[in-house]
Ligand binder design. Sequence first.
Ligand SMILES: [Zn+2]
Length: 118
Amino acid sequence: MAISPENRARAKELAKELAEIAGGRYRPDGIPKTFDELEIDAGFVADLITSMAINQSARDISEDEKCVRCPKCKAVPRKHTDDDDEPIVIQTTHGDVEWITESYFCRRCRRSFFPSAC
Ligand SMILES: [Zn+2]
């Protein structure tokens, strides 16, 4: 993935925010953190932000892009409600990422499916 100079500058600004969210350069007792501690703290916040970014990208799928037919029999499922949403946890290189995804139920196949997985 190529990153434009403009987006690299934005990432640099976000890195400053990330460092601040991760607690900064010093421990609560005023002693500077070791490089290992800085890495662990920044990694924790980076993983959290990565999870949030993946969630946001998953939500950005437009209605037109969604496959709202059963992937097996191609039947149109009943209308989706919020009660159909289910949490999904996937493993990423940054750890577990959980998000709520829309689930549909095909009465013909008697199975649930996720449009994002079609
Ligand atoms: Zn079906």
